[in-house]
Structures are given as C-alpha cells and as structure tokens.
Design a protein around this ligand. Structure first.
Ligand SMILES: [Zn+2]
Ligand SMILES: [Zn+2]
Ligand SMILES: [Zn+2]
Length: 183
C-alpha cells in the first residue's frame, strides 16, 4: 500500500471506495463495507450507500463534523445524538436532518429489552418521530442505565395513547411525567 494522499509520511491503510486514492486511518471514514475519504464528493457517496445499507459504525456528525462511533441500535434506527454538539441527527432522510434537542421530550425509560422492541414497533407503526438513547452516562454502571425514548414534543400525546395498552416495565421515569431529564 502506498502512503496517504494527505500525509505523505504515513502508510495508507486503504483506498477510498469512491475516489480510489490511498489514505491513512485518520483520513478515512468507515462505511458499512468500505472506507471513504473526507472529500465532500466521497462523503456524498457514503451517504448514498448508507441510505441503502444502514449507517456505518463510524460517521462524521453532519452538524459539527465530529468523528462519532455509533451503537448498533443507532445504526439500525438511523437516528442518534451527537455526543459532541448534542444535535439529534436523523439519517432516515437524505440529506440528513439535524434537529434541536429541545424539540423532543422524554417519553419513557425502561430496562426491559422486550419493552424496547415493543415500544419501537408501536412508535414505528404510528409514524412517531423518536430517538432512542441507550449509551449515555456510561460512567455509571451500564447495567442500570435504562433505554430512554425521546419523542417529538407535538407527538407525545399520540405516542402515550398508542402505548397505553401495552404492559411495559417502566423504570424511574413514568410516562405521565414531563420532559424532565432532557440534558
Ligand atoms: Zn475519496
Ligand atoms: Zn492521512
Ligand atoms: Zn455534532
């Protein structure tokens, strides 16, 4: 392998899938299957491929350009919160939407994995706009960190109604509480 296009002293680890030039690790972003460099045209190609395959494990935040590592749940839902700029990023649309945290309210929190699946399917069926947080505050015991659902404020009531018939094992935060816990 040749040396990085941007760093002539550093060995390239791979080529960009779009422009085929060699780059070092810090110059590449991992797509689902391939690496892409940070050239705008190549980032566009990466976004297009993600629209088909789901999000890659690493991604540049479209708001602050931080290099982010995504959880499996975030990759599948294509929605995540940037840990650097706190923006909520919605990759279900292309180009991705960057949303304000204040537009969303905490709907509920649970530690029951079965509940998470049920809640997701109910919210998906209702076409509710929501984000799932399950990887924050890892400084505490990760085992006691509940999965939290944030819902677009104007859709909170509809989400609550839709979930009313499900016996979910809620912890800490009740579904009737306000948007507390929004950092
Ligand atoms: Zn490239
Ligand atoms: Zn480089
Ligand atoms: Zn960001």
């Amino acid at each position: 392998m040749r040396n990085c296009v941007n760093h002539p002293d550093v060995k390239a680890i791979s080529t960009c899938h779009n422009c085929a030039r060699p780059f070092c690790a810090s110059c590449l972003v991992e797509g689902g299957e391939y690496y892409y460099c940070k050239e705008p045209a190549c980032q566009e190609a990466l976004k297009t491929s993600m629209a088909i395959d789901g999000l890659p494990p690493r991604l540049l935040c479209p708001n602050c350009s931080s290099d982010l590592e995504l959880t499996k749940a975030e990759r599948e839902s294509r929605k995540f919160r940037c840990s650097d700029c706190d923006a909520l990023v919605d990759y279900t649309v292309n180009p991705p939407h960057v949303k304000k945290h204040e537009e969303y309210a905490l709907l509920l929190a649970t530690r029951n994995e079965g509940d998470v699946a049920v809640i997701k399917s109910v919210l998906d069926d209702l076409e509710i706009d929501y984000f799932v947080f399950d990887e924050y505050f890892m400084v505490l015991d990760p085992l006691i960190q509940p999965t939290r659902f944030y819902v677009l404020k104007s859709q909170v009531e509809r989400a609550k109604l839709g979930l009313k018939d499900f016996k979910v094992h809620l912890l800490g935060v009740s579904m009737n509480s306000g948007p507390e816990g929004v950092e």
